[in-house]
Design a protein around this ligand. Structure first.
Ligand code: GRF
Length: 195
């Protein structure tokens, strides 16, 4: 079967990108392959991770230029992995049902505009919930509002700080959930293609 061509969009450290790269190496992801990593931040460490693994890595601050390279590379699935820029309606429509995002909470809690990174965990601790987690979802025009693909719960422990909780959610949920979802969707998309 022809593999689904994946682009991963990043803005930061790229530990979720690393989880996808590792899953590709270990065979957890076998129906898709990362063809491109694009960052909207020049200093994103994620770009270095891509280069270290022989994956084409580009800096793209402009949406039109991003669309152009995605088309040139024949990208079929876009994974937002710590990508901190809101995509336009036109961009989302161009890749309808082909853009997924990982969010570090159980949507619909602690999500939406301005709720990203450490803020998410700060809010969960402030509220006093005992369980949080991560969600993989399709991207539509509403921030964190698209259809849910997968979720995984993580317990909050006494003495948690936002940083400690962020690390636990990544280790116990994000890095497991995202590669699995990428494989699942890649497989579905690959099935629709001709050998
Ligand atoms: C993760 O917590 C992800 O859920 C959120 O942004 C963070 C990115 O971390 N969307 P990294 O760049 O993958 O290390």
């Amino acid at each position: 079967m022809l593999k689904t061509k994946i682009a991963v969009l990043v803005s930061g450290g790229g530990t979720n990108l690393q989880a996808i790269i590792d899953a590709q190496k270990s065979g957890i992801i076998k129906s898709g392959e990362i063809a491109l990593v694009a960052s909207n931040k020049a200093d994103a460490y994620a770009l270095k991770r891509a280069e270290a693994n022989g994956i084409k890595a580009v800096l793209m601050t402009d949406e039109a230029a991003l669309l152009k390279i995605l088309r040139e590379e024949g990208i079929e699935l876009i994974v937002l992995a710590g990508f901190l820029k809101i995509l336009s309606k036109e961009f989302i429509q161009a890749y309808e049902n082909r853009i997924i995002n990982i969010h570090p909470s159980l949507i619909p809690s602690f999500c939406g505009k301005g709720c990203y990174g450490l803020h998410v965990h700060e809010k969960a601790l402030e509220y006093g919930v005992k369980v949080t987690g991560a969600t993989v979802h399709y991207v539509n025009e509403i921030p964190d509002g698209g259809q849910i693909i997968a979720q995984k719960a993580v317990e909050i422990q006494d003495g948690d700080t936002p940083e400690i909780l962020q690390k636990r959610v990544m280790e116990q949920a994000e890095w497991i959930l995202l590669p699995r979802a990428v494989e699942e969707i890649s497989r579905k998309l690959a099935k629709g293609k001709i050998e």
